[in-house]
Design a protein around this ligand. Sequence first.
Ligand SMILES: *Cc1c(COP(=O)(O)O)cnc(C)c1O
Length: 356
Amino acid sequence: MIIDLRSDTVTQPTAAMRDAMLKAPLGDDVFGDDPTVNALQERIAQITGKEFALFMPSGTQSNLCALMAHCERGDEYIVGQNAHTYRYEGGGAAVLGSIQPQPLAQNTSGEMALADIAAAIKPVDCHFARTRLLALENTWNGHPMSQAYLAQATGLARQHGLATHFDGARLFNAAVAQAQGGTVADSVRRIVDHFDSVSVCFSKGLGAPVGSALCGSKELIAKALRWRKVLGGGLRQSGILAAAALHALDHHVDRLADDHALAQRLAQGLLGIEGLSVRSVQTNIVFVDVADDRGPALLSDLKAHGVLATGLIGLRFVTHMGVDAEGIDHALVCIRRHMGSQSTEASRAQGAFGVY
Ligand SMILES: *Cc1c(COP(=O)(O)O)cnc(C)c1O
């Protein structure tokens, strides 16, 4: 058995989710005829409190459609230097949108300094790209951003006439972590109310095989609909996919707390292992810094024993509905043995590791 902690994108649809997909009423969504897609769009628009929503094949396309709907050719958007839309989406905004990114340094919480944002907003002058949009990402490395920062940064943007986009691939992880006794629904709204548009992934912790949604005003979504078609994202009987996302919204939101608890279990178990330093864990992502360049050796040893993770010096372990406490405990055993042993080859030869 493989304990796959590389990402929460690796989940397989459950039997109940597959059943929902099988039974979903379908139509041609390019004609606006798919009842399941329409139901999902209404549902996620209602959850995020936005006028309209659009089902998207991926988070990357959802973010790109948002950027292209907010900005025109020659406009720019302000974004974190390490943010997904800037760093991990192939430069799509520039390549396909003719939108200039203005990346800014971020602190460990993913925040760009307010003074840096203010300084990056260009005057209206033909020398400059027109600064149109501020984009934030949350959760950031598994950490939900503070309400105070969201309010300040989006307030500053609005004060300068900028629109605001939220890459909320893991919005529901942030909302569950910040619910604090209240409802997750209220927590979602507290986060997204700061923004003009929101992109959310169904294919991460929520466990759907495919899909994201972009939510925003009627006008914005009309523009995004056009760009989605241009980008090749106009799907036909996509209700079969939307059914999985609807099922996920019904059944897989509150259970994100289980993923967060598993991440805590892993983090707690790693405390005190010499050579490892565990960063604080707030949702389903555990970052572990490994001393003395031992990260790659640990990673490949774990792989040899059925435990998958990513990273180099800082390793990343992501919990999700495809792993359980037993799997986490197995990972811990493997990590402890590796870090404690001088020679993993010797311990392997002794059969110190079970077959998983
Ligand atoms: C995964 C992710 C995306 C993009 O999602 P894909 O569906 O893989 O294209 C965007 N932003 C963030 C922060 C993500 O984690």
